[in-house]
Design a protein around this ligand. Structure first.
Ligand SMILES: [Zn+2]
Ligand SMILES: [Zn+2]
Length: 272
């Protein structure tokens, strides 16, 4: 039985291009904050795997996080993961990467949507139809939910960091309800977890990803599996917002929270 304390299933170390701190330091901070478990999920962008040297970063991430796992054994459960983005860009390569190491948890995400040559952060949302964009984005994630290589769909509404944040555009989710339902059903049908990503709480959008309305809909459709992740890129953000997300999902009727070891889904009670 895992003692009920916070678990953070989405953390980047300095083995991600935008990560700041070493796995050891991130673990120290996690212990100080009283976390029970953390999962290192450094970036691996499949479309830029060779050009941006992810091959060496992924290798270093695994072994440095393994060292931290060993050092903190008994004090903190350290899970070894990866955030694999655009994996369907090259499925064979993605499968080779995830089979190369004994990962505990694999997050699937889309940072560079099909038809764009840039990260979702760099898209000029005031110049495009955001509804058509989000429909396509959800369709691409739906396809990802059918891929066996990942366990969790990470930050499914991440373009909203800019749409509702930087660009401060109104967004009515009821206009994309068909695509939303298809995505949530695909997550359920394929026994994946929906990630509640707390990083939005630290940003201009000031809400978790996805929104409460989508988490509620997931529950209505029969969704049970949820992981919570801070998406920390520095030690001070480890565990940030996890407690708030636990409270939110509790309010929506989720009594369990999931985590993974050896890619096997496990649960703890959401006793906050
Ligand atoms: Zn991400
Ligand atoms: Zn991330």
């Amino acid at each position: 039985m895992y003692k009920q304390r916070m678990m953070d299933m989405h953390i980047h170390s300095d083995n991600s291009p935008d990560g700041i701190h070493s796995p050891m330091y991130m673990c120290e901070q996690a212990v100080d904050k009283g976390l029970r478990a953390i999962a290192f999920t450094d970036h691996c962008e499949i479309d830029k795997f060779f050009s941006h040297k992810y091959n060496s970063m992924v290798f270093h991430s695994y072994f440095e996080c393994l060292k931290a796992k060993t050092s903190f054994a008994g004090e903190l459960l350290v899970l070894l993961g990866i955030e694999i983005a655009q994996p369907l860009f090259d499925k064979a390569l993605s499968e080779r990467i995830i089979n190369n190491h004994n990962y505990d948890i694999i997050l699937g995400s889309i940072h560079t949507p099909k038809g764009f040559n840039c990260d979702v952060k760099e898209i000029p949302y005031n110049e495009i139809n955001v509804y058509d964009f989000m429909k396509d984005y959800f369709r691409e994630l739906t396809e990802l939910a059918y891929w066996d290589g990942c366990d969790v769909l990470a930050h499914i509404t991440c373009p909203m960091r800019r749409i509702q944040g930087k660009y401060n555009l109104e967004f009515d989710y009821s206009k994309i309800s068909k695509e939303t339902d298809e995505l949530l059903k695909a997550i359920i049908e394929n026994n994946k977890s929906l990630e509640i990503n707390s990083s939005g709480l630290r940003q201009l959008m000031a809400r978790p990803m996805p929104d409460e309305s989508i988490i509620r809909r997931y529950k209505e459709l029969g969704g049970k599996n949820i992981t919570i992740g801070s998406d920390a890129h520095c030690a001070q953000d480890v565990g940030a917002g996890v407690y708030e997300c636990m409270r939110l999902i509790k309010k929506l009727g989720f009594e369990k929270i999931n985590f993974y070891t050896g890619r096997e889904i496990l649960e703890i009670n959401n006793n906050i």
